[in-house]
Design a protein around this ligand. Sequence first.
Ligand code: OTU
Length: 642
Amino acid sequence: MSLQTTPERMQAADLDGIGLDDADKALFALRKQIFGPDADAALKALYGHRADFQDWLARFYDIAAQGLANRSAELRELDAKRVYTPDWFQKPHMLGYSAYADRFGGTLDGVRQRLSYLSDLGVTYLHLMPVTCPREGESDGGYAVADYERIDPRLGTMQDLEALASACRKHGISLVSDLALNHTADTHEWAQAARAGDPVYQGYYHCFPDRQVPDQYEQTLEDVFPASAPGNFTHIAEMDQWVWTTFYPYQWDLNYANPAVFGEILRIMLVLANRGVEVLRLDSVAFMWKRLGTDCRNQPQVHHLLRAFRALTRIAAPALALKAEAIVAPEHLTAYLGEGKYAGEECHLGYHNTLMVLLWSALAEGRAERLTEMLRRMPAPPANTSWITYIRCHDDIGWPVLDVDREAQGPSDHVRFLSDFYAGRVAGGFARGQSFQTGDDRAVHGSSGMLASLAGLEAALQESDETAIDLALARIRLLYSIIFAFGGIPLLYMGDELGMLNDYSYETDPLKAIDSRWLHRPDMDWKTAEMRHDSGSIAGRVYDMTRTLIACRADFPALHGDTPSRPLSGDNPHIFMMRRSGARGRLLLLANFAPNPQSVTIKAINAARFRFPLQDRLTGQTYEGSGDLVLGPYDTVWLEEV
Ligand code: OTU
């Protein structure tokens, strides 16, 4: 067990014991002077009431100092680079790719051998789902971690991770590692010690002797996996206690009210950072603090925790960027990038799940009003932060964030419609997908499926319908054109660049069948990937379209993260209109969500403060302004004044 958990056994903040040389001591002192006040304030808000608070604080600084001491020359150079270019992740050439290491490359070494495929595509940011040691058997795709400091032996070793991170850097790619920090596997050594009755480790989790308190919590909690893992507590026979398990029963929520847990995770963050990981994807952060009478999501303490992690990792490893995976309602989302006094001082990056869900909603409706209106109500991200914009990921598309009436019993008609639409249950619909976690009629959770299948390509190919194929490709391009221009790092999901379709094989795998998200977690199709330059093949057409967008984006200064982006209410409800305008340039994006041609009036373009003639950056086509601007079915343009 790595961390002494009682204050009496803790060492004081004695940097001599840690082995910092004089230069590092000076560096540490300087950074502490700058970022220490942020760390202290956040930690005081969390643990300041404890008599042993000062001891814990000293311990946390020790952990940061140890992290600095362990930082290699290569990574210290990276630290310096990032400090000189703090907008590195906001640049328009940034492009993300996310994959399961095993499904993409077999092993970490296999992933390393595929890096040139990624650089060919233009990838600069590679997110691998958890590669640390998962529990045996079911592991929620690796999100039930048994050991954070060991790599899943099927994937390789810590040395392989280090080699991969370093090779990525040589390819201009930042390696992003997942960190499932809300919970551990039930087989993690802390959980095992807890099971064996050790009260210190029971204190790492939320353990209850009976159902009394859990039942009180349950009154205001929702289920994340209502069908496959109902309820939020699991009875553990060995210790005869109920343990908080928000996700699967084998994922035990960590108790961050215990400072020892904070210290452990801080140390683990720095271990990964010192192996060369450049970004940590902080999984399920919204759930990290519990308070009776609430839904136990987005609590103020979650933000204190994230700010404390940010400040302390900044002292030890300033190159490290933090990404919030907070799949929450729009009114809670921007806060993860820091707000008010702390704007920009929390996570560098955050998933824009609202945008993702709204894009699918607009596509199903053939209308853009909801997309425009909901986005217009959201605050802009702080200047030195960015969204992760994405259209698919390894999870479902979670519809409930669209329901603004949180008191309503059950999902709205619109959300039910979306769930049906993407499961292919609406007549005339184009999508092939499946619903996720819908056993209970009061809960519609989300939809699963690969981008191409949800956008109509699977159905069109089955029917060998050329027109339908064209429309499906146009839908993919439409969705991409928005996530590429919206602001933030666009994140592609493995296989979508080739138009890979749903993988139904999970249905017969007993470890996976209960969870439809496996529908869109296929093995990478390397055979098809080899044909990606064949523009006659479907994969080649999707790849080429994707590459064009990537190249146009990379070369377009107005798409730098510091250029404000603003959705506009135009005069055609089917067309999404968005302006980006700043010192680096301007863009007017138009995107037609309807399956038929739609027009935008000259008046609406002028109201957006754009003057003809205009040129589409994507195709080079110019518009003189002699009449309304007409967009074909699902067509999209990136207009500039010429
Ligand atoms: C995250 O997801 C991961 O991305 C999932 O793959 C894991 O199953 C889960 O955490 C547990 O580790 O709630 O805010 O609706 O969107 O579970 C984080 C499914 C989450 C996911 C949801 C999600």
